[in-house]
Design a protein around this ligand. Structure first.
Ligand code: C5P
Length: 220
């Protein structure tokens, strides 16, 4: 079979990661979490004392950290200069700063290049999840899916993951991050014209996975 490229975009808390990993596993494809890459470069900026409110300062050091993503959906990994950052990139501090860093055009250019190289190297095909995969990173993807869900559903899922986090605070943080990601100038969060939109509000994870697997099989 030819390599199949699947782009899965959407706001935070719609089930992109869980869905993408499961679809990749079921179909024997590679997997790339592009949000983890933006989180990784944000973690590096924070760790190195770069002023997050200064896009010029961010742009000046964008090329410094070496970011490597493992693409096994059963065990996705992410390292910065050889250091495993899978844990540290999920902190609230990184979550609250990632939108500012990922809005810097130089950051997007660098990370987009990494993403295209990973996709080109995936012999059996790949599921790539993010915000601008269908619109900018891989506009020729075989299948584009745009996942949505109500803010309430997204906050409930995310606070479940964060075990006991306050649901109102979680919802506010998600809505704020989506607004920033959707309104930035360079490749904002957006549904590609040829993407299939799936509203997951009333669906179980298993139903969303089945729906996307069926869509991929229709394309093969
Ligand atoms: O998917 P996740 O919530 O981990 O993404 C973290 C952040 O990375 C997003 O809020 C967004 O600012 C940025 N991002 C992006 N483009 C992508 C993926 C993520 O700008 N393709």
């Amino acid at each position: 079979a030819q390599a199949v490229i699947v782009a899965i975009d959407g706001p935070a808390g719609t089930g992109k990661s869980s869905t993408s990993k499961a679809v990749a596993t079921q179909l024997g494809l590679s997997y790339l979490d592009t949000g983890a890459q933006y989180r990784a470069i944000t973690w590096w900026m924070v760790t190195n004392g770069i002023d997050i409110d200064d896009p010029t300062a961010i742009a000046a050091v964008t090329g410094k950290p070496e970011i490597v993503s493992g693409t096994d959906p059963a065990e996705p990994t992410i390292t910065v200069d050889g250091v495993d950052v899978a844990g540290p990139i999920r902190t609230q501090e990184v979550s609250s700063k990632v939108s500012a860093v990922s809005a810097v055009p130089e950051v997007r250019a660098r990370i987009t290049e990494l993403q295209r190289a990973v996709a080109a190297g995936a012999e059996r095909g790949i599921v790539v999840e993010g915000r601008d995969i269908g619109t900018t990173v891989l506009p020729d993807a075989d299948l584009k899916v745009f996942l949505t869900a109500s803010p309430e559903a997204r906050a409930a899922r995310r606070s479940g993951e964060l075990k006991g986090a306050d649901i109102n605070a979680t919802r506010e943080a998600l809505v704020k991050r989506d607004a920033a990601d959707s309104s930035r100038k360079t490749s904002p969060l957006a549904k590609a014209d040829d993407a299939v939109e799936v509203d997951t509000t009333e669906l179980t994870l298993a139903q969303v996975i089945e729906c996307v697997v069926t869509l991929v099989e229709e394309k093969r």
